[in-house]
Design a protein. Structure first.
Length: 553
C-alpha cells in the first residue's frame, strides 16, 4: 500500500475515538483516518443489552488484560477487560450512564485541568445526549447518545428505592441532574432497544462520509516524529507494516492501558523505563502510565423468599424466548441491562459529596456472568468512589504485541479499608429495612457471620472485584505538576501535533461509571482540536448536602 496522508489520524475506535471521528469529519473540510485493532461490532451479543456479559468474555472483542499480582488482595490477578472492537469498551460494557458528581469536575480544575469545571463540561454532556425523556438545563434531548430509564417492572426495584428512603437517605429524581446523592433510577445507554455504543451513536452515520476512513484490524505500533513534531503513525495490519502521514495532528484514543503503552513505544514517557527497553527518548514525561486509578466493588447478595427475581428466566428455553422477542421487536427483558436503580451516598460525616455507589440488580449473579446463584436472589454492587491507591501501566518490552504490565496497587491505602467496611455495614442496613421484609431471605454474601473489621477485611480481600473503570494514566495538569502528561487542551506536553483523548486524561477518577464522562471528554476535545469557540459555560446549580460536616445522611 502506498504511503497515505490525512489531516488527522485517530488511534482507537472506542468511546472517545468514535466521537472524534464524527466531530472532526462532520464539516467535510478535513480528511480523517480512524485506526482500530478490533473488528466489526455487528454481533447480536453486542447489540442486545441483556447479553452484556457475553462479549466481555470473548477474546474477539476483549483485549483480555490481567493485572500483576495484587499484594493487598492476597496476590490475586484481576481481569481488566478493554474493548477490542468498533465502539471499544462502550461495546462490551454494562450500558450504565453516569456522568459523575459535579464536584469531580471542580476537583479536576483545582488539579490543573483549567476549563474543565462543572460549568464547562455540563454543556458537552448535554450536547452528546439524546435522552428519551427529553432535555432540560442538565440533560440533552437532541444529541447522538441515546439514554433512557428502565421500566422498573420488577417489584424488587421499588423495594430498593423504598428501603433507601426508610434508611434515612434522600431520593433523587435524576442522579445525572441537579442532585446525584440519594437513591433513584439509573440511566442506560440504550436507544430503540439496542445498545447505544459510541459506534452506534457516532461512528455508524459518519462512516458514510467520503472524508472519513475507518480501518479495522490495524494495530498502531509507533507514533512518528520529526524532531518533536508528530508526523504520522506506523501500524500493522495482518503481517504487513504500513505508514501513514498526518498534516495536522495525531490523536491517541486507545484508553488507559493502550494510550500510555503507545506513547512509551514511541519515545514519550519515563526516561529510565524507555532506556531499559532500548527505546530512543523523544520527550521525557515521567507521568505517562502512572496515576492509574479504578473503582473496586463487591456483590452484596440476599436470597429472595419470593420467586420474583430474574432467576426464573435463566433456563435455556426462557433465555431463547427473551432473545427471540428482542430480535423481533427490540423489546422485553432483552432490551434492558437490568441495572435500573441504584444510589450514591456518603460513607460518614465530614464527606462533602457521595463516595459510595450502588447498582441494584434483581438477581444474584457475577457482573461478568461467570457465576450464578442456584436460587432466587438479589444484590447490590457496592464500592467506594475515591480510592487513594495509585498504580501504573508499564512496558514488558519494546514489542508492540507484548501486553503491558498493569498494576493497580488496589487497597494499598488504609483509608480504602475504612471505606470498604462502611460499604458492607451500610448496605446490610439498607437490606434490613421493612421494604425488603417480604422478600428478604438469608444473606448469601458476605454472610451474616461477617461482622468484625477483620472478618470484613478478609471477605474484601478474597471477593472484591474491579468495576472496570481504569483511568488517569495520561492526566491533564498544571505546568509545575511533574506527573502531568497533557495540558488542559489535551496536548501532550513538550511535543507538537499530538494529543491524547480518552479516560486516561482524567486527573482523578469520577464518581460512577466512566463511559459518559469519556464521551464528554471527546466532545469537548473536538472543539479544542478544531479551534472552535467552546460552548457557553452553564450556570445550573448543583447539590451539596447541608450539614455534611456533621451528618452522614
Amino acid at each position: 500500500m502506498a504511503e497515505e496522508t490525512f489531516d488527522y489520524v485517530i488511534v482507537g475506535a472506542g468511546s472517545a475515538g468514535c466521537v472524534l471521528a464524527d466531530r472532526l469529519s462532520e464539516d467535510g473540510k478535513h480528511s480523517v483516518l480512524l485506526l482500530e485493532y478490533g473488528g466489526s461490532d455487528r454481533s447480536v451479543y453486542i447489540q442486545m443489552p441483556t447479553a452484556l456479559s457475553i462479549p466481555m468474555n470473548m477474546p474477539k472483542y476483549n483485549w483480555s488484560y490481567r493485572t500483576e499480582p495484587e499484594p493487598h488482595l492476597g496476590g490475586r490477578r484481576l481481569q481488566t477487560p478493554r474493548g477490542k472492537v468498533l465502539g471499544g469498551s462502550s461495546s462490551i460494557n454494562g450500558l450504565v450512564y453516569v456522568r459523575g458528581n459535579p464536584m469531580d469536575f471542580e476537583s479536576w480544575e483545582s488539579e490543573g485541568a483549567t476549563g474543565w469545571g462543572y460549568r464547562n463540561v455540563l454543556p458537552y454532556f448535554r450536547r452528546a445526549e439524546r435522552r428519551a425523556a427529553g432535555g432540560d438545563e442538565y440533560r440533552g434531548g437532541d444529541g447522538k447518545l441515546h439514554t433512557r430509564h428502565g421500566l422498573l417492572t420488577n417489584p424488587l426495584h421499588q423495594a430498593w428505592l423504598a428501603a433507601g428512603h426508610e434508611a434515612g437517605y434522600l431520593s433523587t429524581a435524576d442522579m445525572n441532574g441537579f442532585q446525584q446523592e440519594g437513591f433513584g433510577r439509573m440511566d442506560m445507554t440504550i436507544g430503540n432497544g439496542r445498545r447505544s455504543s459510541a459506534a452506534n451513536a457516532y461512528l455508524r452515520s459518519a462512516m458514510r462520509r467520503s472524508n472519513l476512513t475507518v480501518r479495522t484490524h490495524a494495530l498502531a505500533t509507533k507514533i512518528l516524529f520529526e524532531g518533536r513534531r508528530a508526523t504520522g503513525i506506523r501500524y500493522r495490519r495482518g503481517d504487513a507494516g504500513h505508514t501513514v502521514r498526518v498534516r495536522r495532528e495525531v490523536i491517541v484514543s486507545g484508553g488507559p492501558v493502550n494510550s500510555p503503552q503507545l506513547l512509551k513505544l514511541s519515545g514519550i514517557g519515563p526516561a529510565a523505563e524507555l532506556a531499559d527497553h532500548g527505546i530512543a527518548l523523544v520527550r521525557e514525561l515521567p507521568g505517562v502510565g502512572e496515576n492509574l486509578q479504578d473503582h473496586l466493588e463487591f456483590y452484596f447478595q440476599m436470597a429472595s423468599r419470593e420467586p420474583v427475581t430474574l432467576y426464573s428466566h435463566m433456563t435455556p428455553f426462557r433465555k431463547a424466548l427473551i432473545g427471540l422477542r428482542w430480535i423481533l421487536t427490540k423489546q422485553g427483558l432483552g432490551a434492558t441491562n437490568h441495572f435500573e436503580t441504584g444510589g450514591f451516598i456518603r460513607s460518614r460525616a465530614g464527606v462533602r459529596y457521595p463516595d459510595i455507589q450502588f447498582h441494584f440488580l434483581p438477581m444474584a449473579v457475577s457482573y461478568d456472568g461467570s457465576s450464578l446463584a442456584r436460587e432466587h436472589g438479589f444484590q447490590a454492587h457496592v464500592g467506594p468512589m475515591r480510592s487513594k491507591s495509585r498504580g501504573w501501566v508499564r512496558l514488558v518490552s519494546a514489542n508492540p504485541l507484548d501486553k503491558p504490565k498493569i498494576f493497580f496497587n488496589y487497597m494499598s491505602h488504609p483509608d480504602d479499608w475504612v471505606e470498604m467496611r462502611a460499604c458492607v455495614r451500610l448496605t446490610r442496613e439498607v437490606f434490613s429495612q421493612p421494604a425488603f421484609a417480604r422478600y428478604r431471605g438469608r444473606e448469601i454474601r458476605p454472610g451474616a457471620e461477617v461482622q468484625t473489621d477483620e472478618q470484613i477485611d478478609a471477605f474484601v480481600r478474597e471477593h472484591v472485584e474491579t468495576a472496570y473503570h481504569p483511568s488517569c494514566t495520561c492526566k491533564m495538569g498544571r505546568d509545575d505538576d511533574p506527573l502531568a502528561v497533557l495540558d488542559s487542551q489535551t496536548r501532550v506536553r513538550g511535543v507538537d501535533a499530538l494529543r491524547v483523548v480518552d479516560s486516561s486524561i482524567m486527573p482523578s477518577i469520577t464518581n460512577g461509571n466512566l463511559n459518559a464522562p469519556t464521551i464528554m471528554i471527546a466532545e469537548k476535545a473536538a472543539d479544542h482540536i478544531l479551534g472552535r469557540t467552546l460552548l457557553e459555560p452553564s450556570t445550573a446549580p448543583f447539590y451539596v448536602a447541608p450539614g455534611w460536616e456533621s451528618a452522614q445522611r
